[in-house]
Design a protein around this ligand. Structure first.
Ligand SMILES: Cc1cc2nc3c(=O)[nH]c(=O)nc-3n(C[C@H](O)[C@H](O)[C@H](O)COP(=O)(O)OP(=O)(O)OC[C@H]3O[C@@H](n4cnc5c(N)ncnc54)[C@H](O)[C@@H]3O)c2cc1C
Length: 389
């Protein structure tokens, strides 16, 4: 006789990829967020950044570079360890520390994948401990989606390169000790004239603008950076000269997948919270969820969350097998980030409370929004996918 499985939770879309060892790591991450981050988050949201010391605490607990090799001070895990940090930050709405994952799983992989042995040994262990905070500076006031239109230049001179230009919207820009600067080394060569530089932020000529006042992600520092006759040594060059654009395209696969993982969890978590809320809140003598309109809408969103989870999990599996390519990652990011539009409906079912930041759904609504913008906008994802048609 066959038995019919019953639903195990509100969204029933939990990932099946994780081993018991991964789940132990998840508990460490959750404990850290609950004890070290969430109690102070409202205060940090007011100032626009977290304390610098939190980075070292996160490093000591193993939250930074969880999937980097142990020989470079990392946790020695796989992409699922990265995914766990991304997911739990999203689930707990601890988005003030979303920069941990930028540092660990967007910036550090450039050093690991294209850095020299000397660069890896010198910088990666310090990134894992939180002694060095890293950021990636691509976007400029006049060039975001169109990376090859950047105007920051790095001119070869005696003793290294002279960098001039400016960047904006840089995650961890306020705390960063080192910045991976994307600059033109051959301005006439378009995308074939771009190089990457790993630059010490204390170098004369490097300065920071204000911490930008964002709609959401309030405690996550995002800043402008300025470079004026910034002289960096030859060793600051990461990888080969003029190959920067191809490095970016390769590394963006991982970044976009991480965004998809974040969005899948953000949607599930917002759905779970809304189901609980609509069961509890009464109007016209019954629970909100007893209205067919709301029940049906939640059923649609549960289905959307399940489809999203299944697709994202399959992309994670393909990535771990080395099979996820540029358009695969673009589809993952496009689908999962666009799916989070449903959080607007979930917010609606909270009425006026949904607009109050003390309610998690309000922060889910504001903090999930940039996932359709950074890492390449939805329009750029469609463009990348369309090129394969
Ligand atoms: C919270 C946050 C954090 C960020 N962190 C970083 C960071 O750490 N490092 C970094 O370098 N950048 C960062 N960014 C910048 C982000 O990557 C850019 O904002 C993004 O790439 C879009 O660039 P843009 O803002 O210049 O928009 P634009 O490129 O000016 O685009 C404007 C609009 O036009 C659309 N568009 C552009 N070209 C086309 C086209 N060909 N077809 C159709 N539509 C098009 C876009 O999709 C968008 O809707 C961050 C942004 C935010 C909001």
């Amino acid at each position: 006789m066959s038995s019919t499985p019953t639903s195990t939770g509100a969204s029933t879309s939990a990932s099946s990829l994780y081993s018991p060892e991964h789940e132990l790591f998840r508990r460490t991450v959750v404990r850290f967020l609950e004890s070290e981050v969430l109690p102070q988050l409202p205060e940090w949201e007011k100032q626009g950044f977290v304390p610098r010391d939190l980075w070292r605490k996160a490093g000591a607990t193993g939250l930074l570079l969880p999937s980097a090799p142990e020989q470079y001070g990392g946790g020695g895990g796989d992409f699922l360890h990265t995914a766990i940090v991304v997911e739990e930050i999203a689930r707990h709405l601890a988005t003030g520390v979303a920069g941990f994952t930028t540092h660990s799983d967007i910036v550090a992989p450039y050093l690991l994948n294209i850095g020299t042995e000397e660069q890896k040994l010198r910088f990666v262990p310090k990134m894992a401990s939180g002694d060095i905070v890293g950021s990636l500076a691509i976007t400029e006031p006049g060039a975001g989606s169109d990376v090859k239109a950047i105007r920051t230049t790095a001119q070869r001179v005696d003793g290294g390169f002279l960098i001039n230009g400016q960047k904006t919207f840089i995650t961890n820009g306020y705390h960063a000790d080192y910045v991976l600067i994307v600059a033109k080394t051959d301005p006439a060569a378009g995308s074939r004239g771009i190089s990457l530089f790993w630059v010490d932020a204390t170098t004369p000529g490097f300065s920071r603008g204000r911490v930008l006042d964002k709609v959401g992600l309030k405690a996550q520092d995002t800043a402008e950076l300025f470079f004026e006759n910034l002289l960096v040594p030859e060793e600051a060059l990461l990888g080969e000269v003029n190959l920067g654009f191809s490095y970016l395209m390769r590394e963006l696969v991982r970044e976009r997948l991480m965004i998809a993982v974040r969005c899948a969890m953000a949607l599930e978590s917002a759905l779970d919270g809304t189901i609980a809320y609509t069961k509890d809140r009464q109007a016209f003598g019954k629970a909100l969820i007893d209205n067919q309109h709301i029940r049906f809408k939640l059923a649609d969103i549960k289905t959307l969350a399940c489809v999203t989870r299944t697709f994202v999990d399959s992309c994670v599996t393909r990535y771990m097998r080395g099979e996820l390519d540029t358009d695969g990652a673009a589809m993952a990011k496009l689908w999962a980030s666009e799916a989070t539009r449903a959080i607007d409906d979930l917010m609606q079912f909270h009425g006026g409370y949904g607009y109050m930041r003390e309610y998690p759904i309000a922060r889910a609504w504001t903090d999930v929004r940039p996932n359709r913008i950074y890492g390449g906008t939805s329009e750029i994802m469609r463009e990348l996918i369309a090129r394969t048609l």
